[in-house]
Design a protein around this ligand. Structure first.
Ligand code: HEC
Length: 125
């Protein structure tokens, strides 16, 4: 995908060098080509992860909850839990295994995969 964008930019800049350019064309700075910022296949906290955490975790992981010491109510908190509190390991444990999160039972594989892909995609907000 990045290669395709780079190629497009390259071709576009080559095309702008054609002989038909007038003086006006070349004296105007070329428009900056901005690559698309939002690739819908990239998992982000705001778009995808927050809803899963809100539905499955914050009952306990918020102030006043059973796990208030480790709130999971903001992007920074959830990212920190992935990086420093083995969140990814804990959600992948099987039912009955010590440490599984949510404590109440394993989430759907789709939810688990979504959070794993969020990590692979760079833990974007
Ligand atoms: C029913 C309450 C409850 C729910 C729901 C719950 N947790 Fe927990 N969680 C706890 C408790 C209590 C602890 C502390 C004891 C332990 O580590 O097992 C904990 C610990 C953790 C820890 C380790 C924190 C640390 O600093 O060591 C992580 C990570 C975690 N939970 C993630 C999650 C995620 C992600 C979800 C939702 C997918 C979730 N939890 C849902 C109660 C819950």
């Amino acid at each position: 995908m990045k290669k395709a964008i780079a190629l497009t930019i390259l071709l576009a800049s080559l095309a702008s060098c054609s002989n038909s350019d007038t003086y006006d064309d070349i004296s105007t700075p070329p428009e900056t080509v901005t690559p698309p910022i939002t690739d819908p296949s990239i998992i982000t906290y705001t778009k995808d992860v927050k809803a899963v955490i809100d539905a499955n975790c914050i009952g306990c992981h918020k102030s006043g909850g059973a796990a208030s010491f480790r709130p999971l109510t903001t992007y920074a908190e959830v990212k920190a839990a992935v990086q420093t509190a083995q969140l990814l390991d804990r959600i992948q444990l099987q039912n009955g295994q010590e440490g599984l999160m949510p404590k109440t039972g394993r989430m759907s594989q789709a939810n688990i995969d979504l959070i794993l892909k969020w990590n692979t995609d760079g833990l974007k907000n």
